[in-house]
Design a binder for this molecule. Structure first.
Ligand code: PRP
Length: 228
C-alpha cells in the first residue's frame, strides 16, 4: 500500500495496487464531477452532448441518479482516484490535478473549460533565494524546482495556499491563477508560469471496454462539441 506523505522534501505519490471495481455492463454510466465553479459548465457540456441530466434537488446531494447517468460530486483532486479505481466510469477533472497525480486513466478530451495556469508566485518585488515553497501540487512543484536547479523544500497545503507567502510559512507558492484577482488582492505576483491547465474528460480503462457502447459515442460527441 502506498500512502500520501506530507513531510518536507518527500516525493509524493498516488495510490496504486488497490482493488479496482469491475464496471457492471447493464448499469448507467457513473460520472465523477468536481463541485464548485466547474460543476455547472460540466453539466452543460454533458447535456449538449445529448445526456439528459437533472441537477441535484437541494444542491447538497453527493450521489444521485440524474437520469442518463449516476452523478457523484467531489473535490476536483479526488476525481482521478474515483475514476482510476473504477467507482466512477468517467469524470471531469483539471489537467493540473492529472499532472500532479499521474493516474492511470484514459484522457480522451480536452473540454476547454476551467482554463487556468499553474504558476510560481511570490510577494511583489521579493527576490531573495527561495528555500521553501508551499503548494497543493507537491509533485509538480518538486519537478519544477529540480528543473530549475533549486533544492528548496516543498510544503503540502490544502487550500488558501497564497497565505503561506503572506505569513512567512514559505518564500513562494505554486498555485492556480485564473483571473489573477487573488494575486492582486494580496500583493503577490507570478514569477513563472509552470503549466497551462483546462478540464479534461477522463475515463476508467476497464469501463472504456465494458461500457464502450455508452462511452465511445459520448467521447466522440464531446470531441465534436469542443471543436466548435
Ligand atoms: C484557487 C487558487 C487561487 C484562486 C485563483 O482557489 O488556489 O487561490 O483560485 O483564482 P483567481 O486567479 O481567479 O483569483 P480556490 O478558490 O479554488 O480555493 P482554494 O484556495 O481553497 O484551493
Amino acid at each position: 500500500m502506498k500512502i500520501f506523505f506530507s513531510v518536507l522534501g518527500t516525493r509524493y505519490s498516488s495510490p496504486l495496487g488497490f482493488t479496482v471495481s469491475e464496471p457492471k455492463l447493464t448499469e448507467k454510466l457513473t460520472l465523477a464531477l468536481p463541485k464548485g465553479r466547474v460543476m455547472g459548465e460540466s453539466l452543460e457540456l454533458l447535456r449538449r452532448a445529448g445526456m439528459n441530466l437533472s441537477s441535484s434537488e437541494n444542491g447538497r446531494t453527493l450521489k444521485y441518479d440524474a437520469g442518463d447517468a449516476l452523478l457523484i460530486e467531489m473535490r476536483n483532486s479526488d476525481v482521478p482516484t474515483y475514476v482510476e479505481l473504477g467507482v466512477a466510469d468517467a469524470g471531469i477533472v483539471g489537467k493540473d490535478v492529472l499532472l500532479e497525480m499521474s493516474s492511470n486513466i484514459y484522457e480522451p478530451v480536452d473540454l476547454g473549460i476551467a482554463k487556468c495556469r499553474l504558476s510560481l508566485i511570490r510577494p511583489v518585488g521579493e527576490s531573495h533565494v527561495i528555500r521553501r515553497v508551499a503548494s497543493k501540487y507537491p509533485n509538480i512543484t518538486l519537478d519544477y524546482l529540480h528543473g530549475i536547479g533549486s533544492s528548496a523544500d516543498v510544503i503540502k497545503l490544502s487550500g488558501n495556499v497564497e497565505l503561506a507567502c503572506l505569513t512567512g510559512l514559505a518564500d513562494a507558492v505554486v498555485d492556480v491563477v485564473e483571473t489573477g484577482s487573488t494575486l492582486k488582492a494580496n500583493r503577490l505576483e507570478e514569477v513563472a508560469v509552470i503549466t497551462e491547465s483546462s478540464a479534461r474528460f477522463v475515463v476508467n480503462r476497464a469501463a472504456l471496454k465494458l461500457k464502450a457502447g455508452k462511452l465511445r459515442p459520448l467521447i466522440e460527441t464531446l470531441r465534436e462539441l469542443v471543436k466548435t
